[in-house]
Design a protein around this ligand. Structure first.
Ligand SMILES: *[C@@H]1O[C@H](CO)[C@@H](O)[C@H](O)[C@H]1NC(C)=O
Ligand SMILES: *[C@@H]1O[C@H](CO)[C@@H](O)[C@H](O)[C@H]1NC(C)=O
Ligand SMILES: *[C@@H]1O[C@H](CO)[C@@H](O)[C@H](O)[C@H]1NC(C)=O
Ligand SMILES: *[C@@H]1O[C@H](CO)[C@@H](O)[C@H](O)[C@H]1NC(C)=O
Ligand SMILES: CC(=O)N[C@H]1CO[C@H](CO)[C@@H](O)[C@@H]1O
Length: 407
């Protein structure tokens, strides 16, 4: 969670920048990101927090452990305990039911892999209308948000645990970036910068035509985006935008404020993509009536299907295995939606006057949310020229820019 330790937390993570994970895997995770063996049953009460991002139909997202749909399970309230839900039976995790994901777009770049899309998150128990939250490997205690959350990808032809990633999840959209390499001037931590937590998928992950990408599926290669909030300048160097945040005490008094008052209206640039393949849909191959894993998983790679290698076992059907868990709450997202959306945004943006006031306003005018970007930030940028925005960014975060430029 961004809330308590904004800019200061970034500095140590930059100096100790690393790509592959060197610390232990989460306590509730399997050792390796494997598919469930044939003859087993997907554990629909799993607390595995191992997510994987391998391709357009092979990835995991975060969702509530409690699938009741009760408002207390809004992502903003449960970030430390969210669990993995995967599009394929893998990682000892829960399964995302077929049909829940209505659009997904995978991009593989030299320094990260990324997926974004749209879903009916209520199918995994996300509260209807929940504006959602931002998950990352840091969190208030630097143990990960969720605690024990870990991430793998097989972009190098084998499964690798990566240290830096970020993800936005709400009831209707999602995005996840896993940083798999770094360059001389962009560390993995910087490319997966995780503190623009009210800016949303479209901005943080530099996704062009975001809302037009629902109901289609694609897999592309691409060039890396500029790191979130960074604006490379002609002739070298860059300016930085950081989200505004005021730390307040119990009496509501502001203690200190970081970030910029003016929010840029768009990203530095939308990265180019190439070698795209499109697909009509994705599916998991599991009968969610009883969660039985009966077939070898098949994944989409480079425009065709590839059959995975899995073991087999003979497990008796768990007594709790019923269809009920896969359906979650009803998908009618209207009742109570705007109320919960507004309160989630307000609590997530802490007590930043600018952000929470705007968040409230946008919550009532648009079903915008954390994944969508709390457009309050965007509203403040209207009418400002790009130069003014960049100038403000440079002035207010001069120290930070100085600190990262040695990378
Ligand atoms: C698991 O996540 C924690 C917290 O982000 C991280 O410190 C650790 O290196 C990760 N371990 C693995 C094996 O990915
Ligand atoms: C499913 O996961 C829960 C939570 O980790 C665990 O208690 C239970 O034993 C698992 N069930 C099976 C059949 O492995
Ligand atoms: C995405 O498309 C589905 C229909 O497939 C629709 O129900 C859903 O509301 C759309 N999501 C958004 C955010 O527009
Ligand atoms: C890093 O260096 C590359 C190549 O010189 C440049 O194109 C890019 O803008 C730089 N990125 C940042 C964030 O400075
Ligand atoms: C400012 C903002 O995020 N507006 C969005 C409101 O929601 C619609 C779709 O639901 C988007 O098209 C807008 O961009």
């Amino acid at each position: 969670m961004f809330a308590l330790i904004p800019l200061l937390a970034l500095l140590p993570s930059l100096t100790s920048a690393q790509v592959t994970a060197s610390f232990p895997n989460g306590a509730t995770n399997p050792e390796k990101p494997e598919f469930y063996p044939i003859g087993s049953y997907v554990n629909s009460t799993s607390v595995s927090r191992l997510i994987t991002l391998n391709g357009v139909d092979d990835f995991c997202l975060w969702g509530p452990p409690d699938q009741s749909g009760d408002p207390k399970n809004e992502i903003g309230n449960i970030e430390p305990v969210v669990v993995a839900y995967c599009t394929k039976p893998r990682n000892g995790a829960r399964l995302i039911p077929d049909g829940a994901i209505t659009g997904a777009h995978f991009i593989k770049t030299p320094t990260y892999v990324q997926i974004h899309g749209f879903w009916d998150g209520t199918k995994v128990g996300i509260v209807a209308g929940d504006s959602g939250g931002e998950l990352d490997p840091h969190g208030a205690e630097n143990l990960g948000n969720p605690i024990g959350g870990n991430v793998t990808s097989n972009v190098e032809g084998k499964d690798v645990f990566y240290e830096e990633w970020m993800s936005f999840i709400s009831y209707d959209q999602f995005c996840l970036r896993v940083c798999t390499a770094e360059t001389s001037n962009v560390s993995a931590a910087l490319q997966c910068e995780h503190e623009l937590d009210i800016m949303g998928c479209q901005f943080v992950m530099a996704i062009e035509n975001f809302y037009q990408s629902n109901n289609t599926f694609s897999s592309c290669e691409g060039e890396p985006a500029a790191p979130p909030g960074l604006y490379p300048q002609a002739g070298g160097g860059y300016s930085t935008f950081r989200q505004r945040y005021t730390q307040t005490d119990a009496a509501g008094q502001g203690l200190w404020t970081v970030g910029n008052t003016v929010t840029p209206s768009t990203v530095a640039f939308y990265p180019k993509t190439s070698n795209c393949n499109t697909y009509s849909t994705i599916s998991n191959g599991v009968n969610t009536g009883d969660w039985a894993v009966t077939a070898t998983p098949v994944v989409l790679v480079s425009g065709s299907t590839q059959t995975a290698t899995v073991g087999s076992t003979s497990q008796s059907k768990p007594s709790g295995a019923s269809a009920a868990a896969s359906t979650g709450s009803a998908s009618g997202a209207s009742s109570g939606a705007s109320g919960s959306s507004a309160s989630a945004s307000a609590s997530r943006s802490g007590s930043s006057a600018g952000a929470s006031a705007s968040a409230g306003a946008s919550g009532s005018t648009n079903s915008s949310n954390a994944a969508a970007g709390t457009s309050g930030a965007r509203l403040t940028a209207q009418g400002s020229s790009a130069n003014l925005i960049v100038g403000a960014g440079v002035a207010a975060v001069g120290v930070l820019v100085g600190a990262v430029s040695f990378l």
